[in-house]
Design a protein around this ligand. Structure first.
Ligand code: HEM
Length: 395
């Protein structure tokens, strides 16, 4: 089984035949049923998050030296922090993501989407670069109050980081990826050292030792936008493959419910990790202390014991929001509200601009295939005429 390319059939088979399965190649224990995944996430005493950001493919010493020269380290801060310092650090970041602050971003997200859609033209356009790629990064920087950011550079740094930590790169590729990863860390450290006031995230972290602050920002500036880029592509692709769903997107509340269903069935964060702090039994299987668990978030969202006809994208599903795409419990995603809002607004704006848009090809798209991240890398569409274009041009 290739953990980097798990499909829905693999997940179904795991849930049915081996709900707790030790993968020989990586040593990871795969947990795939909804109830088990949720129970692990809900129990921070017995399951620690320390391995959340550990490189899946070991980084050899010479490559580590490239990172070390930039002072790179990922001490426990948020997702990988099972200690008491988690609460205060989480509060510092949550201040920037209150429901009111997130909602206040709605018009700006719509404006960014409209600017991008105005540049989309046929006969074939790729909505991944055109709409999904940089919008979440711009939104994240604005919500965190961070100015003077080279967005294409931030995207290059963060995609390199994702591949280095969650991919399966060969040695030469690891060297290539370590350079932008180190550069990102250097930039964060210098911005944190220069920060004044507490209007922006960097300033708000001024009392946190710079090593911790840089580790926190490194995670947040990647997690807070790469995942949303992935969600935007996944939502656009899924809606366009589903009968007449696109043409119904102006029905009240439908766009938001569709986003929830995509999060359930095709979540961008497909897996997340924990460590068993003591010997435990999960689904009747004895798991030793110290075992590294791979929680199949994607598998849990398609568990037929919880979601009827799970492969069907069903916007009226009553329990769609029960999914675990944003985790659960103490580490529940701080950006869930922002990600949901971005996806809903972008979907609605795309429909408003191009009501007759359709996929340019029925072929499945190329997918990002990392241990914890999976999403279409392109969404090729025939946009059709923009709304408001007269059917007959009057001369
Ligand atoms: C579709 C988009 C997103 C998905 C699928 C996603 C998913 C996740 C998951 C699975 C976790 C781990 C939860 C756990 O361990 O129980 C997490 C944690 C986190 N996410 Fe997200 N995320 C998304 C977007 C965002 C955004 C937009 C932000 C910030 C603006 C963000 C910030 C965080 C933070 C700070 C944590 C760590 C929370 C903690 O440990 O206390 N995420 N996210």
């Amino acid at each position: 089984m290739d953990l980097f390319q798990l499909g829905s059939e693999d997940l179904r088979s795991l849930r049915a035949n081996a709900p707790v399965h030790r993968d020989e190649t990586t040593g990871l224990w795969l947990v795939s049923r909804y109830d088990d995944v949720r129970a692990v996430l809900a129990d921070p005493r017995r399951f620690h998050p320390d391995n959340a950001l550990t490189a899946v493919t070991a980084i050899p010493r010479p490559v580590l030296r490239v990172l070390a020269r930039a002072g790179f380290s990922l001490p426990p801060t948020l997702a990988n922090n099972g200690t008491d310092t988690h609460t205060d650090l989480r509060r510092l970041v949550a201040r920037f993501l209150t429901p009111a602050r997130v909602e206040a971003m709605r018009p700006r997200i719509a404006e960014l989407a409209r600017e991008r859609l105005a540049r989309v033209a046929g006969p074939v356009a790729d909505l991944h670069p055109a709409l999904a790629r940089d919008l979440p990064a711009i939104v994240l920087m604005e919500v965190m109050g961070i100015e003077r950011v080279d967005i294409p550079l931030l995207k290059a740094w963060s995609t390199a980081s994702l591949e280095l930590f969650w991919g399966n790169p060969a040695l030469e590729r690891q060297y290539e990826l370590a350079a932008p990863t180190a550069e990102f860390h250097r930039w964060l450290t210098s911005r944190l050292r220069a920060a004044r006031g507490d209007d922006d995230l960097f300033g708000a972290l001024r009392d946190v030792p710079v090593r911790e602050a840089a580790g926190l920002c490194y995670f947040l500036l990647i997690a807070g936008q790469e995942t949303t880029t992935q969600l935007l592509s996944a939502v656009l692709d899924a809606v366009l493959r589903q009968g007449d769903l696109w043409s119904r997107l102006d029905e009240p509340g439908l766009a938001g419910r569709v986003v929830e269903e995509v999060l359930r069935r095709d979540p961008p964060v497909t897996t997340w990790r924990r460590i068993a702090a003591e010997p435990v039994t999960i689904a009747g299987v004895a798991v030793p202390a110290g075992a590294h668990l791979l929680l199949m978030l994607a598998g849990s969202g398609s568990d037929p014991a919880v979601f009827a006809e799970p492969e069907r994208l069903c916007p009226v599903r009553p329990n769609a929001r029960k999914h675990l795409a944003f985790g659960f419990g103490r580490h529940f995603c701080l950006g869930a509200g922002l990600a949901r809002l971005e996806a809903e607004v972008v979907l609605r704006e795309a429909f408003a601009r191009f009501p007759n848009l359709r996929l340019a090809s029925a072929q499945p798209p190329p997918m990002l295939g990392l241990l914890s991240f999976r999403a279409p890398l392109s969404v090729l569409v025939d946009p059709g005429e923009p709304a408001g274009t007269p059917a007959v041009q009057l001369v």
